[in-house]
Design a protein around this ligand. Sequence first.
Ligand SMILES: [Zn+2]
Length: 426
Amino acid sequence: MERKRVFISPEPMTYKFGYSGEDWSYGREKDHMESMAKELRDYLHTLDIDAVIGRTDYTDDELRAVVKAETIAHAAAYKRSDESDNWKADYHVCLHSNGWDKTKRGPVVYYSNDCKKSEALSKSILNPLTVIYDRDNIGVTKQAGLQTDTFIELGEPKAIGAYVEVAFHDNKADAQWIVRNLVKIAHAIGDGIYDYIHGHVQVTSPNIIKKGIYISPDNFMKFSVEKSLTNNTERQRMEMISREVYNNLKRVYKNVMLGDLAVGSGDSGVDKRIRESNAGGYGLHVCIHSRSYNGIKFGPEVFIASGDSFTRDIAQEILDNLFKLYSRTFWSVPKTEPVKKNKVIVLKNHRELDNTNAIAILVKVASQDNMFDKQWMYSKKNEIAQMIGDAIMSQFVLKGKIRGESIYTHRLEWSDRGQVFDIVPI
Ligand SMILES: [Zn+2]
């Protein structure tokens, strides 16, 4: 994909000041928004998105020369729009702090009513912005986050626009929140732009995340008694992979549970895990199995019961990650019956997928009944576990917050409110 171009337009006017008190003052909106713009630009570059900041040094004479403008602020908006068009921006993102009523709180993102894409981009930016705002301002009554307006910078530029008001600078609480979280806010806006460009549907909410992850190991109870000796060894090996996934996740994420590893009779193992997962109210339930299919099927497969985009995104990343590792090792595997590469499979009537309340995913790491796959699974069990864990973290927990880096260079710290986390480099 060609690098997308984001034109960042921070508040250009010098006369807008925020909260001012005896003990503390916000100062000029322009100064804070320019700092934020630099953070946003640098962050977008790390996400492989091109970004520039509009000119911040318009002179009064220059602005007065814009004859179609009714006010000097309008003149600046026209000039920014021209700059954006001349640079051939794909997206035009304005950065402001809000100020018109001292009782109003929270982030608002405005979109152009004539443009569905502007609405989608604005929504995508508002989402992570709201998550970080709510984290620090629990219980605060906010303005409606998504609104539409006919601002010049939403109508004039050819690029798709979003007009971000990060929070209200004319009350002390919001004003201080902006100043203290400048970098975080910039990154949240960057995440929103990235999510829009990459077509992610934003359905992650801290509530789902808080519920945690249940890892359900294979119990191999479907096999006949004659095979029990071999199956017992296979079972233990699959348990090692499940345990490894669990241990890796546990290092960075608090609320993970590994299902009971004890072997029951009949299907009691599965039922027990379904009960445990539902009783614990987990948000994600991941079954980790190997395949037994007459020795003729190779490679990883991932199954889900329904096709909703959030479930599919998590499952797809698990599959992609496993395939990366698999093809590196066994590029020449005899593909007698190749699995459907790169495609998550919707599976009907699977007891565990159907009966857990969580988002449920079934991973078949590879086959246990051919020597290629078997050797791969057991020699690569640590890498396999890490690949599964990476996908769960980036799609389910962080939704790509630390893209491009292994999650194992970071850990999550839970806030004292016990509701949300921070990502802290180890
Ligand atoms: Zn402004």
